[in-house]
Structure formats: structure tokens, C-alpha cells
Write a protein that binds this ligand. Structure first.
Ligand code: EPU
Length: 422
């Protein structure tokens, strides 16, 4: 088992280059199934989840190459049956359902597992596919979907916690090859959905309203191959910004999209962090005194759930009381007990974490439970005295490209080691 050893107490200084966005590239890779022609995707991060998607596409019969940040896919002859063991490894794999249904009129895809952040149902994905005319049944852990011909329709895709990101992506992909016009109300506005639609449009799809809650898709007969460059990962950029502030460092975050990060930048400004925007770069340094903040996670353009854990790690270091409320996922506080092992004082009241900040942290062995919880532990470890050992770092490798090397380049004392363990 690989672990990360962090000797805390150094300030992060220098430049870090942001990789392509994990949550944009996974649906974009799935979208290549919509055409027989070759697609080229650039700025693809070397991540565990991307490699899983490569294997899923291959298992469906596509020819896939992944070299030096570029993925090429030729899905000439494909079958509609997703490999159970591969698909259940990550939630993002559900977005092969829409393209398979759109292209082949049938799909058999295993239900992706729930995970430590909540139940994560797929009812809205299925509602959208049914609205397009698909028959759907679930049996023995698989979703079986079929349609003689998908037909455009009007649908409302909002759920209990607002729109669904991958659900919107899935339905848009299926609708591109359906007959007639589809209108999706309460569509997700996330930049990752916009990036997917940009790719689909370059394949010949007719989509409008992208980035707004009402998306219109005019079905076309065929899509063609295209080349696309994936947007920078806004969550990785936010994570490095928070790490810079937490370690009292000064970091220039290069190749990011500050316009995708406004809610995070605003919250950090409120906390007293100094952030300067300069085109596609952000320079982050801690102000004279940090202040506690209250934050509630929301769909885009609100504060992202994927940055909640990292902000909590910063608030642990900030004297005063912060209230962090999670409104997207019902169980996304797995980092709280682990931060507690390092000395944090956090209580959970329903969907809110009440952070009594200002405690000094001291290194300890901790367990990474999910991707963003792991990132919070890295930030806390960088601030703690002594050594923090983060176990199960495969979670980090699912979503952060070479995070240990990037932190080392900024002066962080971070080592990847192999340890015996369960
Ligand atoms: N929901 C339903 N029914 C559905 C789908 C979603 O009730 O059919 C609920 C969810 O349970 C949740 C809310 O709707 O309460 C929003 O979930 P959403 O569908 O938007 O999440 P997702 O598309 O499965 C993506 C990202 C997540 C990110 C969320 C929210 C990918 C691969 N995953 O998940 O990323 O947290 O959007 O922004 O794109 C991460 O990167 O660490 C991560 C978990």
C-alpha cells in the first residue's frame, strides 16, 4: 500500500501548473463513443480514473491510446456492454450510458457503486433516458436500457440537491443522436458540462443554452471525429490556492481559469487571503491575519462541494468559529475525524461542521477516505508539526496528477512510500 509522508511546517513557494480537469475529461472520453471516427483529446491528466476510463472504452471495443497527455479514441465497432468490475470502480463511468444508448440504441451498464460521500443515486440519469423514449430496467446490478429510436423531449432534471452534473452530461450525449428537439430544464451549469458540449459541438452536435439551466439539443443523424483540449482543473487550482494560504506561502497557480473559480476566490478573500488574478494565473499568499468564514456548498456557480474539505483544513488553522455546510452530498464529512487525529476541533451538527479554528496541529497517521478528503489531509499535514502519514493515497491518485511531485517543487516535504498495511 502506498502512503504519503509529509513533514509539516514549510511554506509553499513558487509556481504550479494546473492539469486538465478530471471531471471534464471523463464524460468527454465517453462522448467519443458517439462516433465511428477518430477523436483526439489533449491536456488529459495522468490519473487513475482516466486510466480506468481508457480500460472501459477498450472493453467496449474502442481502440484507445493514451500518450503524453493525449488520448485518441476510434470507436469504430463497439458493443453496448460495460464491464461490471471496471464500471463499479468509479462514478464517472455511468456517463457511457448516454453515448451507448444514442449510438447503438441499447446499453447494459453496471450500477456504479455509492461511496463514502453519500448514496449517489442515478434516478435522474434514468429519468432523462426514459424521457427520450428508452425502456430501462435494472437487474442483477446492471441497468439495461434500450430504444428503437430515441426521440427528443422536454424534461426537468432537477433533484433534491439541485441539478445533476453527470446526469445532464449523460442525457445531452444521448440526445445528440436522437430524433427531434430535446429541452433539459434545471440542467447543470458546471464548466465541465460546458467543456463537454464544446467537444460535442465540434463533433457536429447542435446544442444551445450551454452554461444556463435550460439546454436545448437538436438531434442529428451522425457525429464526426474531432480534436479537443480539456479545460484546466478548477478543483486542483482551488486545492493549491488553499494549500498556499494554509502554509503561509506564496504560490502562482499557472494555467487555470480564474473565471471558473470566482466563488472560491471570493470566500478566500473574505478569509483574508490575498489573491491576484493575472490572465490565466492566480497568485495566492496569506494576508496579515486570517478570519473564519461560513460557507455553504452549492451547484455552480456557488461554492463547490469538491472544495469543502480543503477549505475546512484552512479554517482549522484560522482562529475563530467557522460553519461549513454541505448541501450537495449527505455524507461528505469523512475528513472530520481524520482532521481530529491531527488536533482539529470540529463538531458536526446535521449538514454543518462547526470548526473551532486556531488549534496547532501535530502529525499522525491518518486514512484517506475519498479524493477531496485526502486533499484536506494533505493540506493539514503540510501545516502540522512533525510527520503526517496519509494512508490509502490511491484516492488522491484518482484525481490529482503527480500531487506529491508538484508539492515537492513548491518546497513541501512530501514523500511517497510503500508501507505494509491492510
Ligand atoms: N443526484 C440524484 N440523482 C441522480 C444524480 C444525482 O439525486 O440521478 C443527487 C446526488 O446524490 C447529489 C446531487 O444530486 O446530491 C448532485 O450530484 P451530481 O449528479 O451533480 O454529482 P455527479 O455528477 O455524480 C460530479 C462530480 C463530483 C462532484 C459532483 C458535484 C464527476 C466524475 N464527479 O458528480 O466530483 O462532487 O459532480 O459537483 O464529474 C470529485 O471530483 O471528488 C467528485 C466527487
Amino acid at each position: 500500500m502506498e502512503s504519503l509522508l509529509i513533514d509539516g511546517g514549510t511554506r509553499l513557494k513558487g509556481d504550479v501548473r494546473i492539469s486538465g480537469a478530471k471531471n471534464a475529461v471523463l464524460p468527454i472520453m465517453a462522448a467519443t463513443l458517439l462516433t465511428r471516427e477518430k477523436c483526439t483529446i489533449k491536456n488529459v491528466p495522468e490519473l487513475r480514473d482516466v486510466n480506468t476510463m481508457v480500460r472501459i472504452l477498450r472493453s467496449l471495443g474502442a481502440e484507445v491510446e493514451f500518450k503524453r497527455g493525449t488520448v485518441t479514441v476510434k470507436a469504430d465497432k463497439i458493443n453496448g456492454i460495460g464491464d461490471y468490475d471496471l464500471i463499479r470502480q468509479m462514478r464517472g463511468s455511468i456517463c457511457i450510458l448516454g453515448p451507448l444508448l444514442g449510438r447503438l440504441g441499447k446499453a447494459k451498464v453496471s450500477v456504479p457503486g455509492g461511496c463514502v460521500i453519500g448514496v449517489r443515486p442515478i434516478d435522474l440519469h434514468l429519468k432523462g433516458m426514459r424521457a427520450l423514449g428508452a425502456s430501462i430496467r435494472t437487474s442483477q446490478g446492471y441497468v439495461h436500457a434500450s430504444a428503437t429510436k430515441l426521440k427528443g423531449s422536454e424534461m426537468f432534471l432537477g433533484g433534491r440537491s439541485g441539478p445533476t452534473v453527470l446526469g445532464t452530461a449523460n442525457v445531452i450525449m444521448a440526445a445528440t443522436l436522437s430524433e427531434g428537439k430535446t429541452i433539459i430544464d434545471s440542467a447543470a451549469c458546471e464548466p465541465e458540462v460546458i467543456d463537454l458540449c464544446d467537444f460535442l459541438k465540434s463533433m457536429g452536435a447542435e446544442i444551445s443554452g450551454v452554461g444556463s439551466p435550460t439546454i436545448r439539443v437538436n438531434g442529428v443523424k451522425k457525429l464526426k471525429g474531432a480534436t479537443h483540449t480539456v479545460i484546466p482543473d478548477r478543483i486542483e487550482a482551488a486545492t493549491f490556492a488553499i494549500a498556499a494560504a494554509a502554509t503561509n506561502g506564496e504560490v502562482t497557480i499557472k494555467n487555470c481559469r480564474p473565471d471558473h473559480l470566482q466563488a472560491v476566490i471570493d470566500k478566500l478573500w473574505e478569509a483574508g487571503v490575498k489573491i491576484e488574478k493575472n490572465g490565466r494565473n492566480l497568485t495566492v499568499k496569506r494576508g496579515a491575519r486570517l478570519k473564519p468564514v461560513d460557507v455553504t456548498t452549492q451547484p455552480y456557480s456557488g461554492f463547490p462541494t469538491d472544495v469543502q474539505a480543503q477549505l475546512m483544513a484552512l479554517m482549522v488553522r484560522t482562529p475563530g468559529i467557522s460553519i461549513i455546510t454541505e448541501r450537495i452530498f449527505e455524507a461528505r464529512f469523512a475528513h472530520v475525524p481524520e482532521l481530529g487525529r491531527l488536533g482539529a476541533d470540529i463538531a458536526i451538527e446535521g449538514p454543518s461542521a462547526i470548526v473551532k479554528g486556531g488549534s496547532s496541529l501535530s502529525g499522525a497517521p491518518v486514512m484517506a477516505s475519498d479524493l477531496r478528503a485526502s486533499a484536506a489531509l494533505v493540506i493539514a499535514g503540510l501545516c502540522a508539526s512533525g510527520t503526517t502519514q496519509i494512508n490509502r493515497i490511491y484516492h488522491l491518485d484518482r484525481g490529482y496528477e503527480k500531487i506529491d511531485q508538484k508539492l515537492e517543487k513548491l518546497g513541501g516535504k512530501v514523500r511517497r512510500v510503500n508501507v505494509q498495511g491492510p
